[in-house]
Design a protein around this ligand. Structure first.
Ligand SMILES: [Zn+2]
Length: 491
């Protein structure tokens, strides 16, 4: 028999971890066990505390990890897993491995900084507060990674094989197709990871990587994300609006400050800015990518040109490496960063973190928020409770480094930059399936998003869809457990 157990991203968008057990019994002490993704819980404290809990099975009993993509909510618990005794291979695409090699050590560094802060301010109930893992431990776990290309068949056991197919979410992102057996019959499991925008279009421009997840899939059991299960992306091209906002800010002598995640979102914006400049739609003001990670991420992007969209290919052919574009600066040292603060002529500053929870963006906002000439532009999701959310929601001031900073700058947001498919895009992708899965489990969504997507899928496709529950075990194959969780799911 085989089962799946949801160890994270159930009822929440972080902590993705799904255990697959084949040829074992229900106890979890026998069988071949593989973890699909090993993500960090992020956000509210009640979720983050789960990062400190033990898994229901000893990590040493897990034979392998198969990773869909590099985002920390999918990969950020790997160092903790290794620290807790896991010794197997971690399979990922080459681009995912490269991105993890910058994201995981940085995550370890932040864990250490947080622990040091708690110890200094004595704000943790644990003394001393310890990091979940250190930068060194994160670096060490990179040795366990093994590259697997898209489409390459991997047979880990006679009864367990897998391959990666495209998810088109970020560079290197993939879905995991698993082939196992139940009572001698082959069974196909598909784990989507995060699903990218479905097609190249005017409404999702600036795609650095290919658009569109692999179509025509077959699956007996589908485990699918539902982040945007109840939302629609705007259907307008954001570029005219982006150009207008920048032009107006520069005309009044202001600076544009964009909080953006250093990997993917920053590259996407830089490529778009260059394109707008070449078309003379925005003035050629200096552009500063002020994040030590952004330059490393650009190098990784350039290395994996096989994943580029047609637009990106053309842009790179025409303009060469962004690292050598005139007027584009990658600021690596604190001195570089401070110099930007001193300058008062119009410019565009792209800096992280994307939700202003930390990083150099805090210094830039402290400097630029009080002046109405400037523009703060959001191009990413802002979670409630973050400084980004406070600024975006129209608050008169925001606390940065303990100081209440007045918000007089113009604040704007463009919602079209998402790397997740919305509900109509998800449904149109599901319509390409060759069969209706016996069971679909929705993960990686807030409860309202997951349950609304379940209803939409049931109505539109007539499939058997359930919202996965934390720690729930579901049988794979003929004995799908439909009774036990129906009550909880209909909430
Ligand atoms: Zn993701």
């Amino acid at each position: 028999m085989a089962y799946i157990q949801f160890l994270g991203a159930a009822g929440v968008v972080t902590g993705s971890k799904h255990l697959v057990n084949v040829s074992g019994d229900q106890t979890g002490t026998t069988g071949f066990q593989v973890l699909i993704d090993c993500g960090l819980f992020q956000g509210q404290k009640e979720w983050r505390e789960r990062n400190w809990q033990r898994l229901p099975i000893p990590p040493a009993d897990i034979e392998a990890v198969i990773l869909t993509h590099a985002h920390l909510d999918h990969s950020g618990w790997i160092p903790r897993l290794v620290k807790s005794g896991f010794k197997g291979p971690i399979y990922a695409t080459p681009a995912t491995i490269d991105l993890c090699s910058i994201l995981l050590p940085d995550s370890g560094h932040l864990q250490e900084e947080d622990a040091a802060y708690y110890n200094k301010t004595r704000t943790s109930k644990h003394t001393p507060a310890l990091p979940l893992y250190t930068m060194e431990e994160a670096q060490h776990c990179l040795e366990y990674f093994q590259p697997v290309d898209f489409g390459e068949p991997m047979q880990l056991r006679p009864e367990f094989g897998f391959r990666f197919v495209r998810a088109a979410h970020i560079l290197g992102s993939c879905m995991v197709e698993i082939t196992t057996e139940q009572d001698g019959k082959p069974v196909r499991l598909l784990f989507t990871g995060d699903i990218g925008r479905v097609r190249d279009s005017e409404v999702a421009p600036g795609r650095v990587v290919h658009s569109g997840p692999t179509e025509g899939e077959t699956a007996d059991v589908l485990v699918m994300e539902s982040t945007y299960g109840n939302r629609l992306h705007p259907k307008t091209d954001p570029r005219p609006e982006l150009a207008r906002l920048i032009r107006e800010t520069v005309q009044r002598g202001g600076t544009v400050v964009v909080p953006a995640f250093a990997v993917e979102r920053t590259q996407k914006l830089l490529f778009m800015l260059r394109d707008l400049m070449d078309q003379n739609l925005i003035p050629r003001v200096p552009v500063h990518a002020d994040s030590p990670m952004a330059i490393q991420a650009v190098k990784i992007f350039l290395k994996h040109s096989e994943e580029f969209s047609e637009d990106t290919k053309k842009l790179i052919d025409r303009c060469g490496s962004p690292l050598e574009w005139p007027g584009f600066f990658f600021d690596t040292t604190m001195q570089d960063s401070k110099k930007i603060n001193d300058a008062r002529s119009p410019m565009i500053i792209v800096s992280s973190s994307g939700m202003v929870t930390g990083g150099r963006i805090q210094h830039h906002l402290m400097q630029r928020l009080p002046d109405p000439k400037n523009l703060v532009l959001f191009i990413g999701f802002q979670a409630p409770g973050t400084r980004g959310y406070t600024i975006k929601s129209g608050a008169p001031s925001v606390k940065i480094f303990g100081e209440e900073i007045p918000i007089r700058a113009q604040v704007a947001a463009l919602e079209q930059f998402s790397d997740h498919a919305d509900t109509p895009e998800l449904l149109s992708w599901l319509h390409t399936f060759k069969n209706a899965p016996q069971a679909t489990y929705l993960v990686h969504g807030e409860p309202a998003a997951s349950s609304q997507l379940r209803d939409a899928m049931t109505k539109d496709l007539g499939w058997n869809v359930q919202v996965a529950q934390y720690l729930q075990k579901v049988q794979v194959g003929n004995a799908v457990d439909r009774t036990k969780y129906q009550g909880e799911n209909s909430a």
